[in-house]
Design a protein around this ligand. Structure first.
Ligand code: COI
Length: 358
């Protein structure tokens, strides 16, 4: 159990007047959570302080060798004005897994959840009220040793910041166009694909920028060895409904084990769908698209929630999915998941963690 010291700001910012213009991750709240790590002392000094810039030495390890990682989760306001989290312990566990790969000291899952909940309680007035909006929570850890030697740092900072946010994609729940990347790769066995380290995202920017110039929302990554099997979309995992069955890449080291991904798989299996986690060739998907067997495609992620895909373009081939509209299973998944998150659908799974009254 952390003993969190809370120092409130004396200059709170005005809350956004128009929640329809929040965007995603643009407006920070008034406070942040901080905790420090020192080799030999462990994690210490958990505190909530006014949101402020960091002062860091230019020789800090984080700037040069990118030893860091992050997480993403949300706080929701229910109709009866309760503030709640969705499976935060899964984020805490995933952060531990990322930490081990990145040589970063782990934080106990209970401490992670306590820190998130404590900050959300302090910032409860920042949790938006409008349908589909939530408080996006960004925990992150970075190395703070100073010097040019390449080694695991002996000092770290764990920080949590929050942003009242709307939909991740400008399209909202409207279906997006996805470009299948066939030049660059995102991950390969033995590398860091399964972690939420910033380097995974930095390495994906060029492909994303090129795709955006052609009007695509995101790129779909293929496996790093053969560029044959679908993996993920970077900001979300992706699922394909082909001839009644749902396929998604297995989490075997190169794919991010999404919290939304595993929740959606559980829902689908509860509803009687066969879900296959394994290798699925892009060639097979495109063929299914041309023979009418590719019924629905959707992404899953904390930020993206459940995002329908209306078009896939691979090399000089393209398929349109569900006539360019959101498919029925995608819609039912979106409604059920967001229903549980916003307290409109009963949480029979124990996924919700209450934080406080709003
Ligand atoms: C999330 O869904 O929380 C993510 O981290 C995806 C993205 C915004 C990087």
């Amino acid at each position: 159990m952390l003993d969190i010291k809370i120092t409130k700001t004396t200059a709170p910012k005005a809350k956004p007047a128009d929640e329809s213009k929040l965007g995603f991750g643009k407006i920070s709240t008034d406070h942040m959570f901080l905790m420090d790590y020192t080799l030999g002392k462990g994690w210490h000094d958990p505190r909530i302080v006014p949101y402020a810039p960091f002062e860091l030495d230019p020789a800090c390890v984080i700037f040069h060798y990118a030893q860091e990682l992050f997480e993403g989760l949300k706080a929701y306001r229910t109709a009866d004005n309760k503030i709640q989290l969705f499976r935060p312990e899964c984020n805490g566990k995933r952060m531990q897994d990322s930490s081990e790969r990145m040589c970063i000291p782990t934080i106990p899952v209970d401490d992670f959840v306590q820190a998130v909940a404590a900050l959300v309680e302090v910032e409860k007035d920042w949790v938006p009220h409008s349908e589909g909006s939530s408080l996006y929570i960004r925990p992150f850890v970075f190395a703070t040793d100073v010097g040019m030697g390449v080694h695991a740092s002996h000092h770290y900072t764990f920080c949590i910041i929050c942003f009242p946010s709307g939909a991740y994609y400008a399209e909202g729940i409207d279906p997006v166009r996805i470009y299948v990347e066939d030049e660059y790769i995102r991950a390969a066995p033995g590398l860091t694909g399964f972690t939420k380290c910033g380097g995974n995202y930095a390495g994906s920017l060029l492909a994303g920028e090129k795709a955006a110039q052609k009007g695509f929302a995101q790129v779909l990554w293929l496996d790093g060895i053969e560029k044959k099997y679908v993996e993920e979309v970077g900001a979300m995992n992706i699922m394909f409904k082909i001839d009644g069955k749902v396929y998604t890449a297995a989490c075997e080291g190169t794919v991010l084990p999404g919290v939304t991904r595993r929740s959606i798989i559980e829902l689908l299996r509860d509803w009687g769908y066969e879900v296959i986690e394994g290798k699925l060739a892009i060639q097979t998907i495109m063929e299914a698209g041309h023979t009418g067997k590719l019924e629905e495609v959707f992404g899953t992620g904390t930020a993206a929630v459940v995002s329908p895909v209306k078009e896939l373009v691979w090399k000089d081939d393209s398929v349109t999915i569900s006539g360019g509209k959101i498919g029925p299973v995608t819609q039912k998944l979106y409604d059920t998941l967001t229903g549980i998150q916003w307290g409109k659908v009963e949480d029979t799974k124990g996924w919700i963690v209450p934080v406080c009254e709003g």
